[in-house]
Design a protein around this ligand. Structure first.
Ligand code: ADP
Ligand code: ZN
Length: 632
């Protein structure tokens, strides 16, 4: 590893050491190599192209599809003292001309640019010119962010990305780094082929996010369950609630707001100004909840998202992992909470199997893949061993020991011999003609007198009432698991009708013992240490930074946060761009009163010291000498 890269890490970013593959990637790029970098959201990909851009002559060109976020990305790196700009359609001609001048003069460390802009002949000519210019001008590297957009297989496909392969021939000496958080093997192969990275290195790593606690709860009354989760575990915290449908994001946000939790919706159907406003509030405010479709979140790098909740089952484990990865990027404890039930499976099956309304040819391959992804997701939901082990295994990583920080580790689910109840349920499905949904089947099993049961004569069946001893919640759990384990299948029409699969035979005939998990509506006890009794926010952050907070430290931490808020408003950036909570927690603990001592704190680099050092030292001194307001 070059000492210079480390020096930059220390002085510019204020971090003591590299993480994971960072130093290898940086070395590889700095010496002119191409690479594909797969790292989860929050893994630290941006340093991997920013530092080589500083080490190599010329400007690092960062290609990103996320125009809406470029402004924020640029403000954040400017706070670090880097010279950065962006080129996209939101700039006026004059502004764009200024950026071009700076680029030609070699006055930029980083330039963020949208692919469609880069591919315009005019821009390519500009880059040709810069590439041929003597230092300090020049092209340091190309970083292709969100590189999975080049995959025709994935959901985020962007045709312009395919054309980025022209960079190879046009700028042969300029190294390229493709970055993505999507680990799917097929996507990976497609990135390499489509971006012509065959000669490059591949760095994969660090998919474990140990600070995220994964949890899946059986769906009963989802909104109430969500409300309870937020009230007991995340009062005042910022987080994201993912829903499948646009309308539901709005309803959920309204519901939370009614119950005193500040919440706003976000989906692609809202006008651009509203989306922008909601996103900005999320970045700038302390405890806003965004109820969103998956349209929200790509490129959001707010580090203090304390939870990501899923009110609906995600379509794939990749999607789930990417969405949950938006929690806890600051390394402090965060929750990935999901609520799921049979209705979710019905819904997704319907989406997969329904013939497209517009008469488009159904792509059988996509359908099969979507179906496999759903099965994998169900497998994850129903797992009885460590959830993190299952997740990481999916991404090709192994975790030797159960993690101790997921619901199945903290509160191991009980399994029971479900052979007999399963036989009852399966027989009932068979007897009623393999076309009714779970609700009807349960009604028959429990011997209910619903109109429909009587009208259809299902009260005359031999399976009528044979499951009266099992409560409806448990029946739902059993049927859901039978579907997840592939013993029951849902009708392709999406009405939720159940039928037997060939896998049901051995269980029905008593040739196979079936073990299922026993779902409990309200978890027995709060899972694990500290889960139930949520400390006040400040104390929780301080405690997570590994020391016992006393009252004075907590008070100082709060004051530092207020100071940060004021400075952020003045600078027009989100608070976390100034310092992370973790950095403030360290300041509150160690109380540095000199510049040298402040520099010793992780997250304080040279530029931030110069900009904000004095203000923070003054605040700490005021506290020390007891002149601070409201100190107890
Ligand atoms: P990604 O682009 O992979 O989603 P980022 O590059 O935004 O992730 O990094 C996530 C967070 O981790 C950022 O706040 C960044 O400053 C921080 N970070 C990155 N590398 C390090 C490191 N070596 N030490 C400490 N913090 C780091
Ligand atoms: Zn675990």
């Amino acid at each position: 590893m070059t000492t210079t890269a480390l020096q930059i890490l220390n002085t510019v970013y204020g971090y003591p050491a590299f993480r994971g593959h960072q130093s290898q990637v940086i070395d590889h790029l700095t010496t002119g190599g191409d690479a594909l970098l797969l790292m989860p959201t929050g893994g630290g990909k941006s340093l991997c192209y920013q530092i080589p851009s500083l080490l190599r002559p010329g400007t690092g060109i960062i290609i990103s599809p996320l125009i809406a976020l470029m402004q924020d990305q640029v403000s954040a790196v400017k706070q670090l003292g880097l010279r950065a700009a962006f080129l996209n359609s939101s700039l006026t001609l004059r502004e764009a001309a200024q950026v071009e001048r700076d680029l030609r003069a070699g006055d930029l460390d980083l330039l963020y640019i949208a692919p469609e802009r880069l591919l315009q002949p005019r821009t390519l000519e500009l880059l040709d010119e810069v590439n041929a210019a003597p230092p300090p001008a020049g092209l340091a590297l190309f970083a292709i962010d969100e590189a999975h957009c080049v995959s025709q297989w994935g959901h985020d496909f962007r045709p312009e990305y395919l054309q980025l392969s022209l960079l190879v021939d046009r700028y042969p000496g300029v190294p390229r780094l493709a970055c993505t958080a999507t680990a799917d093997e097929r996507t990976r192969a497609e990135i390499i082929t489509n971006l012509r990275l065959q000669d490059g290195a591949v760095f994969i790593g660090g998919f474990d996010r140990p600070n995220i606690r994964y949890r899946v709860v059986p769906k009963d009354e989802p909104r109430k369950q969500l409300l309870k989760f937020l009230r007991t575990e995340h009062p005042g915290d910022a987080g994201i609630v993912y829903c499948l449908a646009r309308k539901k994001t709005e309803e959920t946000a309204a519901f939370l707001a009614q119950h005193g939790i500040p919440a706003v919706p976000y989906h692609a159907g809202l006008d651009a100004a509203t989306r922008r406003r909601h996103q900005e509030r999320f970045l700038n405010e302390d405890g806003l909840v965004v109820c969103a479709t998956i349209a929200f979140g790509m490129g959001i790098d707010k580090p203090d998202v304390r939870f990501v909740a899923h009110l609906d089952l995600p379509k794939s484990v990749e999607g789930y992992y990417q969405e949950t990865g938006r929690a806890g990027r600051d390394g402090l404890p965060a929750d990935a909470w999901m609520c799921y039930g049979l209705q979710d499976v019905v819904m997704l099956r319907k989406l997969i199997d329904a013939p497209p309304a517009d008469g488009v040819e159904i792509d059988e391959m996509h359908r099969r893949r979507a179906s496999q992804q759903l099965d994998t997701m169900l497998g994850y939901c129903e797992v009885t061993a460590c959830r993190r082990q299952r997740l990481l295994a999916h991404f090709g990583e192994t975790l030797a020991q159960p993690c101790g920080n997921c619901d199945t580790c903290l509160d191991p689910p009980e399994t029971f011999d479900a052979t007999v109840v399963a036989q009852k349920a399966l027989s009932c499905v068979a007897r009623t003609g393999q076309r009714f949904g779970a609700q009807h089947i349960i009604e028959v099993l429990r011997g209910g007198a619903a109109d429909r049961v009587l009208r259809l004569g299902h009260d005359k069946l031999s399976t009528y009432g044979i499951g009266a001893d099992v409560d409806p919640f448990t029946w739902r759990s059993i049927i859901r698991q039978l579907v997840a384990h592939g013993l029951l299948a849902l009708d392709p029409e999406g009405y939720g009708g159940l039928r037997l699969t060939s896998a049901a035979g051995p269980v029905l005939r008593g040739e196979q013992v079936l073990k299922l998990r026993r779902d409990i509506l309200a978890p027995r006890a709060a899972a694990g240490a500290g889960a139930g009794k949520k400390a006040k926010r400040a104390e929780a952050v301080l405690a997570a930074a590994e020391f016992e907070p006393d009252a004075a430290t907590t008070a100082l931490f709060d004051r530092l946060r207020n100071l940060r808020k004021r400075l952020a408003a003045e600078a027009g950036v989100p608070p976390y761009v100034i310092f992370h909570d973790k950095t403030l927690a360290l300041m509150a603990q160690r109380r540095p009163t000199s510049e040298a001592a402040l520099l010793g704190i992780s997250g304080v680099g040279q530029a931030k010291l110069e900009r904000y050092g004095e203000a923070f030292i003054a605040e700490i001194r005021a506290e020390e000498s007891g002149v601070g307001e409201g100190v107890d």
